[in-house]
Design a protein. Sequence first.
Length: 277
Amino acid sequence: MMQKSILISGCSSGIGLDCAITLQANGWRVFASCRKQQDCDRLSEMGLDSPRLDHADKNSIETTLAYVLEKTGDRLDAIFNNGAFAIPGAVEDLPTDALRDIYETNFFGYHEVIRQVLPIMRAQGSGRILNCSSVLGFAALPWRGAYNSTKFALEGLTDTLRLEMRDTNIAIILIEPGPITTQIREKSVPHFEKWIDWKNSTRRPQYEAGLLKRLYEPKGLPDKFELPASAVTAKVLMALESKRPKPRYYVTTPTYYIGFLKRVLSTRAFDWLISRL
């Protein structure tokens, strides 16, 4: 049987790295891409094939896909769009350029990868496209407006693509994690410092009482219901190896709870509940 291949983005740590290691151990030909070359070099030392792919750099996407096709004989069975970052802060404090910046990676980059991959999958007659969304892709939380909005946009685009691809053998799948142990909080700090002028915000007392502590104080114990990255990998494996994959895979208990409550509660009641989390 021909070895199946997958390109994963955002593999420097967390979900992407765990998926890459596990899928390779399960017999997949894994291309574990990272945004920074030093991370690619580190993964190469770990025995992973790690090309550089930056979602915000169209040329790097083209170069990586050309490399993958050369290695696989012009075949790519699956992609897992995973790389993303956050810009914490109140919506009223988000400069428009900050949104442009995060959308380049969290949304437009995913779209560019998909557009370049679809002709390959059409030519081979099959494929699976997995997009890593979030519980925040269907239920907003305060102070996460930039990240929320990119995941809401991703869900809309993915749902539309799934409908449009019903006449093909290409499966379009959303992975929707809740709280997962990753470095996204730590990695959001430079983006927060670059874009959010919290000291001059009308919400400065709220920043000082809440968000700053969450960003800068040692994390300590995992959050309630937080699961390791391997929980996401388990759902990715299901999505890749099931004969009839689901359109979306929830990960963590809060995702199931919030998904249910979003369907049954009024908007006002749901807002009341979310404001108390």
